[in-house]
Design a protein around this ligand. Sequence first.
Ligand SMILES: [Zn+2]
Length: 339
Amino acid sequence: MTRILLKDQISRLKDQFGSDIAVVSNLDSLDELFRKYIGRNGLLRDLTSTIKDLSAEEKRTCGTELNQLKDFLTSKLEEAKMTLKRKLEGGEKIDYTYPFSAQTGREHPLYSTFEEIITIMERLGFEIVEGPEIEKEEYNFDFLNIPKEHPSHDIWNTFYVSEGKVLRSHTSPVQVRTMLSKKPPIKIVAPGKVYRPDTVDAGHLPVFHQLEGLYVDENVTLPHLKGTLEVLAMQLFGEVETKFRASFFPFTEPSLEMDVSCVICKKKGCPTCRYSGWIEILGAGMVNQKVFKNVGYPENKYSGFAFGLGIERITMIKYQIQDIRYLIENNFRFLKHFI
Ligand SMILES: [Zn+2]
């Protein structure tokens, strides 16, 4: 045995080892490989015994090479053992019979309410119109007959973006934009986000959603308004009673607020209706003739009604949610109630 011959033998042994280890599929056959290569009567030992007749110097060099071979075989065998163990312990095992339960998503309750209201209004012949959330100050206020000294102009009540630009504080500017761009008949609803610098509490958020309705034509009357809102309330809440109270908004004259009989206690009294049996759901009125004048419509030719409602409020009443913050927390346990 010479060193060259030994090198050749080492290389052949490595090849053989490579093909042996590639087909090992269980721990028993791996143990066999341990014994076959580095065991007491294994191939490594056979090879080691062949160098005993070499010179001292050659023995040393060949010995080093054989030790390296032993390290190589040992580490490869250990590595294979670890991989095999992991596989058998289930790390890469797939149980195709395991019960499969995927969490499916659906619309947020706020948007379900939105969709529901929009669908009802579409059935009543209203068209959907949208407008920008950054709005001209004059469309948000002046055109709607909200004078400069009105407190809603105040920076505590409206977000100012830049000179003459605000984050719209209601969806009513969409009425203005629509009336400026076309002549009646107009029959629209404008859904969207609105912004007010409110402190966050159980009933307020600085960003919320509104839906605005506007119907303008010749001879639109208060009974048209009441009839439309009654249909909306019935379809939203089921069999409820409705009542209208006089109110004030600069852009409508006369103005009114609409209450529905409490959907929770059926007028017996509960915390949601503050024991009154009634819940306020929206503000409305006949469009102020000053607004028509502002958008350039001829005097007393048209009449119309407008109404606006808060989607968060309707959602909270409909689903009996006590705190508005639940609607933005994305708490899965809460949202699961609506799945
Ligand atoms: Zn009640």
